[in-house]
Ligand binder design. Structure first.
Ligand code: GTP
Ligand code: SPV
Ligand code: MN
Length: 606
């Protein structure tokens, strides 16, 4: 192969490790041509035209939605497939009991056979990208080879893609090797395999989201978490936001909620009227890379450059910043189409349009039980469209994190907010996080499962060892953040949410910021600190006080059952589970027992 050039014939790289690997992968997959991407505007224009001509993208109404397109994926390919996602470490123990494991040689052989000739008649795109600010010590370089123009256009939105990545790479051999082919989009021939020791990802048989945009879940989380353990940092499924007070005081917060549990919404939140002068700035909406800084604080960068956000439920009331973000230059996937070339989904503003084409391309019957937009339909939009984008979103140092929040989707038990007593207790909150499953992955929706740190599908190595890494990180962070647990999703007997959520979550965030800055009180429970009555600012909030009480309540009977269920989960993790977490669980149970004894004695003597 000659030295690779961009579409205008200008040299792109002389990196022999890279050129050799691309040649090798091209020999395997046998594409008709190899195209190196430079990330330029002209290239985007060309690829978009091509995608439209081949039906991969459908232009939307360019007056209403300039630069916006619709993509419909194969109905068998609409979400991440956890059961087909593998960690391929030399031993099964390294992948741990929560991951699917395949031996590396077996995986290379099995997928190698599928990749053999898989790009015949197709183009192989070479997509160089940086995760994290270009040139930052936080950042990592990846190269994705793909036969999907949809993937190229999405990677262009989601990462710093093109020439800048090759310049940053220089002659180095230190880059993630990602290979992707859509093959025939057949679930029987679909595998997403990670080789942490080789810094390599092979993905075959899918064209959707986290399965194929290899910089995202595959590199930034699964491979990233492995690199983070070896190199002393954390790769987490967390949003990052800045809270600015009316006086201009800035506090950064990182929060892990499982897929489709509110990260994008929280990261773009607009505070309610009561919080005049308060502003939320988005640094990231899905992934955080965090490492200790010289001042002993934990610094976070968002490795991504765009948002791959859930469409359903997004509207002018719940997330006005997202609505502005996706008004231009956005790729919509699996949403419904209106008659005039607009987009629609369940939970969008206004009345349901009379005539809709559903996400599969068929006329939609409003009477039918099926949804017009797929529940995991998404938008891909550049973060620079976000009116609330933090001016530090691209800062090579990252932002200092004062609070870390874990949260799940729980109809019962877990209160609106609770603060951990210390770092270890915070790791315990994360390690035992439970949440109802959502449409973000294939499988049953609404079942409570343990999703530690919201990383169950994304941790690239053994879970117990990962908890150990989290615990040990305390030794490197002398000015540590405070830890919190939240739940926006508690329900009443009728199945209605007790807490209004979205912008109103500012009330909880305010308490978190004040706690992190040691300037508001709290009530101690056996499990953590909760706001005293009156600590949460509820003025101007139009919901019954009983609902707030029910949302914030810590019921010791429910928590006894919860701690028992956490114990069952711990048992499944095996010998690498740090003992201190099991001890903490037992101490919590014992504290509940003693507390209830005290309460009983008090009732008797009264
Ligand atoms: P991923 O991109 O899959 O990682 O999801 P995410 O964590 O970014 O979730 P997102 O913010 O997209 O929200 C997912 C769904 O939860 C959407 O349908 C939202 O409308 C809904 N949601 C978000 N925040 C709240 C909240 O505070 N209360 C309630 N009831 N629903 C919420
Ligand atoms: C998630 O499922 O957590 C996502 C979407 O953010 S995907 O990129 O498909 O993983
Ligand atoms: Mn996510």
């Amino acid at each position: 192969m000659q030295s690779p050039t961009d579409h205008a014939g200008k040299a792109l790289t002389k990196n022999k490790h890279l050129v050799q690997w691309v040649e090798e992968m091209a020999r395997l997959t046998k594409p008709d041509q190899v195209v190196w991407c430079d990330g330029s505007e002209e290239e985007r224009h060309q690829l978009t035209e091509q995608a439209v001509a081949s039906g991969v993208l459908l232009p939307l109404n360019q007056q209403k939605l300039p630069g916006c397109y619709l993509h419909r994926s194969n109905p068998n390919d609409v979400a991440r497939v956890e059961q087909l996602t593998f960690i391929c470490t030399p031993t099964k123990d390294e992948a741990g009991p929560t991951n699917n494991w395949m031996a590396p040689e077996e995986a290379y052989k099995k997928l190698g056979a599928l990749f053999d000739g898989s790009m015949k008649g197709r183009t192989m795109y070479v997509v160089p990208y940086v995760m994290g600010p270009v040139g930052s010590h936080h950042s990592k370089i990846g190269i994705e080879l793909t036969d999907s123009v949809y993937v190229v256009l999405n990677m262009r939105l989601m990462t710093r893609m093109g020439r800048a990545a090759l310049t940053m790479l220089g002659e180095s051999n230190d880059f993630n090797r990602g290979l992707h082919s859509t093959l025939d989009i057949n679930p029987e021939r679909r595998f997403i395999c990670h080789f942490p020791q080789d810094n390599t990802i092979w993905s075959v048989g899918s064209g959707y989201g986290g399965n194929v945009l290899l910089g995202k879940k595959c590199l930034a989380l699964r491979i990233g978490s492995y690199l983070g353990r070896n190199e002393g940092w954390l790769a987490e499924h967390m949003l990052i936001l800045g809270v600015e007070s009316p006086e201009g005081e800035m506090t950064y917060v990182a929060a892990a909620f499982p897929s489709a549990c509110g990260k994008t919404n929280f990261a773009m939140m607009i505070p309610p009227k009561r919080f005049k002068g308060w502003k939320i700035w988005t640094v990231g909406d899905d992934i955080a890379w965090m490492r200790p800084g010289e001042d002993g604080k934990l610094y976070a960068v968002n490795p991504e450059f765009g948002y791959f956000g859930v469409a359903p439920g997004t509207n002018v009331k719940t997330n006005p910043n997202a609505m502005k973000t996706i008004a231009k230059d956005t790729i919509y996937t699996n949403v419904a189409l209106t008659k005039d070339g607009g987009v629609w989904w369940e939970g969008k503003d206004g009345a349901t349009p009379a005539e809709l084409t559903d996400w599969t391309g068929k006329p939609w019957d409003p009477g039918a039980p099926s949804k017009a937009a797929h529940p995991n339909s998404r938008f891909t939009a550049p973060s620079t469209n976000n009116p609330a984008l933090s001016k530090f979103y691209d800062d090579p140092h990252g932002v200092p994190v004062s609070a870390i929040i874990f949260g799940g989707r729980r109809a019962t038990t877990v209160p609106l907010v609770m603060q951990a007593f210390n770092w270890m207790n915070g790791v315990f909150f994360g390690a035992t996080l439970g949440s109802e499953t959502t449409a973000a992955a294939t499988g049953k929706v609404g079942v409570v499962r343990r999703d530690p740190m919201a990383m169950l599908p994304f941790c690239g190595y053994d879970m117990g060892t990962y908890f150990g890494h989290w615990l040990r990180m305390q030794g490197t962070v002398t000015n540590p953040p405070k830890f919190f647990l939240v739940n926006w999703f508690r329900k009443n007997q009728d199945g209605k949410f007790l807490w209004p959520g979205y912008g109103e979550n500012m009330r909880v965030l305010k308490w978190i910021v004040d706690r992190a800055r040691l300037r508001v009180g709290g009530q101690e429970t056996p499990l953590g600190w909760v706001p005293r009555s009156g600590d949460l600012d509820l003025s101007g909030l139009d919901i019954p006080h009983e609902d707030v009480d029910a949302a914030t309540n810590v019921d010791l009977d429910e928590w006894t059952a919860e701690l028992d269920s956490m114990g069952e989960f711990f048992k499944t993790l095996g010998p690498t589970l740090p003992n201190v977490l099991e001890l903490h669980r037992q101490v919590s149970l014992e504290r509940i027992r003693i507390m209830r004894d005290g309460q009983k004695a008090a009732t008797k003597s009264a």
